[in-house]
Design a protein around this ligand. Structure first.
Ligand code: IMP
Length: 465
């Protein structure tokens, strides 16, 4: 039968997105986590109707400072600080209910409502055996250890892949909770006892504990993907908030020294349950230098007094574990990699003020591997192990930048440094952060509502002719 003109129009109609304000934005870490995403998402949450955390668990930690009050959050998106912003802990996250409830109590004690918080019923639950296995397996690995946060993240995601995980939806039914908890605890006890020589857990006690958690969390539990889709259909602005960073991504990071989820921008679609056509922008966050917590390669690490200066001036201690962060120079090879892997539109550079005192600042522009210059981040760990950073040295500005409010306020050397980074990574810098509080921020251009074009990258900024 010959198709009619109507058939062709209806069957062949491509469902192009409706015109909507440019609004759905992913914020990701461009390095090894701790880039200051909390502050940037807090800032951008102002323009968001809904904030969605899409992966990770209580391994993450972000510090937000508002009116001299410091908030340390692990799971609840920092958007909770805005009374009209809805916050969703998405399906791709793993939830330790004990920690989440402590966080709810903390936020509520500060007079902040949690009525706008929602939790995906598809998110997986961190159980007591996950933490025990995380710590015991790290100990067993010895010199091969990952340096995890010990919060049970890897084992929770491993159970998800193995299809033995317990999800939030399972906690919502008493019968299912009982059945799942008893079967799984008995199964995990074999591992705890036989492999790690640890005491077994009592399934009844675990059940009792998790019933309490379930009762407390029940009012927050929703079908997150549906909620997000409806919000997008209603032309509301969505901010997808990643935890950790690109180099800690399970597939694209420095495996095996990575976390067990996908912090990269692609992970937002999977973790939130939305299609890629719903995303308008990707914003990367990077520090003006580099840090890493835990084991694994770090080509630009500095082990001398400059490393210690960065650590002390930058207060480089983990929010979750309090561990000292390893510090190093800015690595533009990693920056370029993050721009590529995430399809990044623009970047926020944080903690520029930490460099204020330095007479000279080095930037890694490429690597040398077996005598060859290499511009791209090597995907092979063997090659990465051989990388020698090739540095270019820039003059420091040796004056305080903490009160700078515009690009024009910055010392010329600081401006040159930013421009150098933007040019090396071929990405615009839309935001520069110079301290922990909200007002210590230069917004070069609104990265959500501004036109999609080069921002800082071109040479039309202050101090240039
Ligand atoms: P896990 O996520 O606890 O399994 O830890 C795996 C690796 O990711 C370790 O090197 C951790 O230090 C690192 N990691 C996990 N979460 C964060 C974070 O929020 N910031 C920085 N590093 C992290």
């Amino acid at each position: 039968m010959t198709p009619t003109k109507d058939d062709v129009t209806i069957i062949g109609r491509v469902n192009y997105p409706k015109r909507r304000p440019l609004a759905n934005v992913i914020v990701i870490g461009s390095q090894w986590g701790d880039e200051g995403k909390g502050k940037i998402t807090d800032l951008l949450s102002k323009s968001a109707d809904v904030v969605v955390r899409y992966q990770g668990g209580v391994n993450a930690g972000h510090t937000v400072v508002v009116n001299d009050q410091t908030f340390k959050l692990h799971l609840i998106p920092s958007g909770i600080l805005y009374p009209d912003t809805e916050c969703i802990i998405g399906s791709g996250t793993v939830i330790d209910p004990k920690v989440l409830i402590e966080e709810l109590d903390l936020v509520e004690a500060l007079g902040i409502s949690t009525a706008n918080l929602m939790i995906s019923q598809a998110a997986h639950v961190t159980m007591p055996y996950h933490q025990l296995i995380d710590r015991a397996s790290e100990e067993r690995r010895g010199s091969q250890k990952i340096g995890t946060t010990g919060r049970g993240i890897g084992p929770t995601y491993a159970d998800k892949s193995e299809r033995t995980g317990i999800r939030i939806v399972d906690l919502m039914s008493r019968d299912r909770l009982k059945e799942q908890v008893h079967w799984t605890v008995n199964y995990k006890n074999l591992i705890l006892e036989k492999l790690y020589h640890l005491s077994p857990l009592d399934p009844d006690e675990v059940e009792k504990e998790y019933i309490e958690y379930a009762d407390r969390l029940k009012p927050y539990v929703i079908d997150a993907s549906l909620k997000i889709y409806n919000a997008i259909e209603g032309r509301r602005n969505i901010l997808f908030e990643g935890a950790q960073g690109t180099l800690l991504d399970l597939d694209h990071g420095t495996y095996p020294y990575v976390t067990s989820s996908n912090p990269v921008a692609g992970g937002a679609c999977v973790g939130a349950g939305v299609g890629p056509t719903m995303i308008d922008r990707v914003i990367g966050v990077a520090k003006a230098y580099t840090t890493r917590v835990g084991e694994g390669p770090f080509p630009t690490e500095i082990n001398d007094e400059i490393g210690r200066l960065l650590r002390d001036r930058g207060a480089e201690f983990g929010t979750t574990t309090g561990r000292e962060r390893r510090c190093g120079w800015f690595d533009a090879v990693i920056g370029r990699y993050a721009v590529r892997i995430n399809g990044m539109d623009c970047m926020a550079i944080t903690k520029l003020d930490v460099l204020d005192e330095l007479p000279e600042i080095k930037v890694c522009v490429a690597y040398q591997i077996d005598g060859q210059r290499c511009e791209d981040f090597p995907s092979s760990p063997l090659e990465l192990a051989k990388c020698q950073p090739i540095y270019e040295t820039k003059p420091g500005w040796q004056q305080s930048t903490v009160h700078c409010q515009t690009l024009e306020d910055l010392p010329q050397q600081a401006l040159d440094y930013l421009r150098f980074l933007a040019e090396l990574m071929k990405v615009s810098i839309a935001i520069v952060s110079l301290g922990a509080s909200r007002d210590q921020t230069i917004v070069v251009e609104d990265p959500i509502h501004g036109p999609k074009r080069d921002l800082f990258y071109p040479s039309d900024t202050a101090g240039e002719n």
